[in-house]
Design a protein around this ligand. Sequence first.
Ligand SMILES: Nc1ncnc2c1ncn2[C@@H]1O[C@H](COP(=O)(O)OP(=O)(O)O)[C@@H](O)[C@H]1O
Ligand SMILES: [Mg+2]
Length: 552
Amino acid sequence: MIVVLCETIQPYFMSVVVDRGVLLRDMSVITHIGGWMIGSALIGLVANVCNVYVSSRVSTGFGTDLRATLFAHIQRLSFSDIDRFGSSSLITRMTNDITKIQQVVLMSMRLLLRAPMMLCLAIFFVVRIDAEMAWVLLGCIPLLGGGVYLILRKGFPFFMRVQRLVDALNGVVRENLINIRVVKSFVREDFETRKFEARSEQLKDTVIRASNIVVLLFPLMQLILNLSVVVILWSGAYRVANGTLQVGELISFVNYLMQILMSLMMLSMVIMIVARAAASSQRVNEVLDAEPSLTDTPVGRQNRYRVERGEVEFRNVSFRYAGGETDVLHEVSFQVHSGEVVAVAGATGAAKSSLMQLIPRLYDVTRGEVRVDGVDVRDYALEALHQGIGMVLQQSELFSGSILENLRWGKADASREEVEQAARAAQAHAFIEAMPEGYDTLLGRGGVNLSGGQKQRLCIARALLRRPKVLILDDSTSAVDAETERNLWHSLRAYLGRTTLLVITQRVQTMQAADRVMVLEEGRLEAIGTPEELQVVSPAYREIYRSQQLFV
Ligand SMILES: Nc1ncnc2c1ncn2[C@@H]1O[C@H](COP(=O)(O)OP(=O)(O)O)[C@@H](O)[C@H]1O
Ligand SMILES: [Mg+2]
């Protein structure tokens, strides 16, 4: 408000200087009013600096808060919610979209009050100088407003499309970078480059089309305003000639006209940026409004259940992914006793991973129930459930940081002893020690890269540290050689004691070492029993057995 007051008062001072100072040759008025002009300009300057400082701080703080809120919210979402948005879109929303909203906050704090106030004050002065001439102006404003409205209405759908195309482009880049090894090994660089270029071209075309519409806006405003200046000067000259208007007043009138142009331009700029950011804020809100589909149930919040024995039971469980068309699991029932080792076999796509993810409640069953220690998993507090059930996912990843940090990720307060013990049990200690900096070796960017089998063993060690009562390994030893794997099973059993172990595996040796084997076929439980029993009753198991006997 101070900035606007200091700005709009200037033409008024000028008219006084011209009419009472210059025309009447009165030097004292010129120095006196000139002093006021400089003083108010300085005050305006200071106020403006404050405004820039505060608005920058506030908008940056706003962006940081919003990003933190969104990040925390994403952490609470469950697997199926993340599936729904897609992680590349979530990244775009976290970065690009929030930056757009942050810009709006910045611009609004600078202009949203300033532009309309300047417009009003300038109009006030113009009417005060000469109400009749001001009519010309009042005729122009609806014309200008209408023009801005029409242009923005035509442009808005393009702004929305631009955001979506940015999203798509980010998606292509992200996917490419994550899969860069695949791209290289299939020599598909050209194909990927063309895919990127096509997206990029599409974005460019849309941006150009959006700009083509907006490009009309400012020249059109300028034209209307210049025409009105001509009209004002023409009719003003008559008034000055017959003495109803003074020269200084005419000059300040034209100056106010310019301020009106400025404020209208600022306003339309704000409206445009807001329109662009509306798409972004919609996308951010979509995530913020997403209720985590998996939370503690009311019963789960009250109960103090802990996983103690590690018994797992499925009762007529059917499961379908959100948005999926068919069930991936059909009426599965079985029971695993405390301390038992059960191998899970089946072709890829048989829903082995889906089945296992139901136990720690990463997804909820569609029908039936999953029980751990005789209690429905939905009746546990999620934290207690996850504390008791360890899981190494099929595509487990490590974080950048030292090996020690990665292992402690499973249990933050684990002593060095504990960590080494878990690493020994996972057959990881030897190769860690062999590294130049042992447990302090850095992984990831700027550090060493591990082989697939080494990564898998670290992931297992990380899960072991928690001493879970049920441990699920989803094909977690696929990249480990046969001999190391044999040792691994021995050391694991010694380490785990009475922990129930569920192991998805493709290897017959592992199945034969298990207490029981469960064979899945297209989401159905084909058979469950000891390896010897399955040789007799399960054609699918015999088939797996036979095929590997041939090749090994
Ligand atoms: N996140 C998911 N969303 C939708 N469908 C999925 C998802 N994950 C797996 N599926 C589908 O579920 C079926 C079983 O997959 P999965 O459990 O991974 O099999 P397996 O681990 O035995 O190879 C497959 O048809 C797969 O396409
Ligand atoms: Mg799987």
